[in-house]
Design a binder for this molecule. Structure first.
Ligand code: MG
Length: 336
């Protein structure tokens, strides 16, 4: 069997490749009893003394390199900062490895680096190491960037994606589907005519505010495979069900419009500046208020509740229900 685009598109097909071909061949997947590769969480943890170091890594192949609301430099920084943040750890630094095609414009690389820098600045993150390789233009489409992120948390304060508990409220920190839908509509040639922009942004500010209030039980960033993938993965790993209120889930009008035009479900496409959070019921309102004070959290909402069970169910309007399934793959390829 050969690799297909779906093998890198989040969702069930990619999960099978990771489990059967990647995890199956790695013998040691964790250090000092920390969260390891086999947990398939947003990052790994290495307990050291009174702290846990968080490590995560991401390859970025977004197409096009420059898009409304961001570029590969912003996404390479934010994506990695966010995976560290999702573990409840303060991001400290990233490394930056770039594989560049011969003939790539140095002015474009300059733009990409400036964008990476301004994104890191937002979260007070340093770029501490890097690598630059050049290969023949026939063998690569422009540039691929690989970033590794390192963060730190006090021991016992790590937040996983597998620890939702019945009774928890589910918070999303803003509108769903912006990144995937804006990228798709840009590629389809609707261009900059719509106001639709990627939400690509570092989430540490939001996470820090939520953690300060307390009661956060689980976190995940809904990237490839979108909200549908993230909430199903969280529910599945936690051994719980989730009931969502359709009307409570924030979706921009433009996202609805593009989604109908293209026949793509906004729940299944990537977000690059959102968090899905489980929060203890008695803290949920306070956490929501704290998130709303962040510039990236104004549209945050409580969208549902964790229950005993094993399905993610969306309640629609008057008494209607549907199961929200894990997507087979993100319908929009090369989003990050
Ligand atoms: Mg993630």
């Amino acid at each position: 069997m050969k690799i297909g685009m779906n093998h890198g598109a989040g969702g069930a097909v990619m999960e099978k490749l990771i489990k059967d071909t990647i995890l199956e061949n790695i013998s040691k997947t964790s250090v000092n009893g920390g969260v390891g590769l086999d947990a398939l969480d947003d990052g790994a943890t290495i307990p050291v003394g009174d702290y846990e170091i968080v490590v995560t890594t991401d390859g970025h192949t977004v197409n096009p390199l420059f898009f409304p609301g961001g570029d590969i430099g912003r996404i390479a920084a934010a994506g990695t900062i966010n995976d560290v943040s999702m573990m409840g750890a303060k991001p400290l630094c990233i490394t930056n490895a770039m594989i560049v095609a011969e003939g790539f414009d140095i002015d474009d690389m300059d733009r990409i680096m400036k964008s990476m820098d301004s994104t890191c600045k937002e979260a007070d993150v340093a770029v501490v190491a890097g690598d630059t390789k050049v290969i023949e233009s026939s063998k690569l489409d422009g540039i691929v960037i690989v970033t590794t992120g390192v963060g730190i948390a006090k021991k016992g304060e790590i937040i996983k994606d597998s620890t939702l508990e019945p009774g928890d409220k589910i918070i999303v920190t803003g509108s769903i589907g912006d990144h995937g839908m804006s990228l798709m509509s840009f590629r389809e040639g609707f261009g900059f005519e719509t106001d639709l922009k990627s939400d690509c942004a570092p989430m540490w500010g939001i996470v820090e505010k939520a953690l300060k209030v307390g009661g956060v039980t689980a976190m995940k960033d809904p990237t490839r495979g979108g909200f549908a993938n993230a909430i199903n993965e969280m529910a599945d790993k936690s051994g719980v069900g989730v009931i969502l209120q359709n009307d409570a889930i924030p979706i921009k009008r433009e996202v609805h419009a593009v989604s109908e035009m293209l026949g793509i479900d906004p729940f299944e496409v990537a977000n690059e500046g959102k968090v899905v959070m489980g929060v203890k019921a008695d803290k949920a309102d306070e956490v929501l208020e704290a998130i709303k004070t962040d510039k990236y959290g104004k549209d945050a909402a409580i969208v549902g509740e964790v229950v005993e069970g094993e399905k993610v169910i969306i309640e629609t309007g008057v008494g209607g229900q549907r199961i929200l399934e894990t997507p087979i793959a993100d319908p929009v390829p090369r989003v990050c």
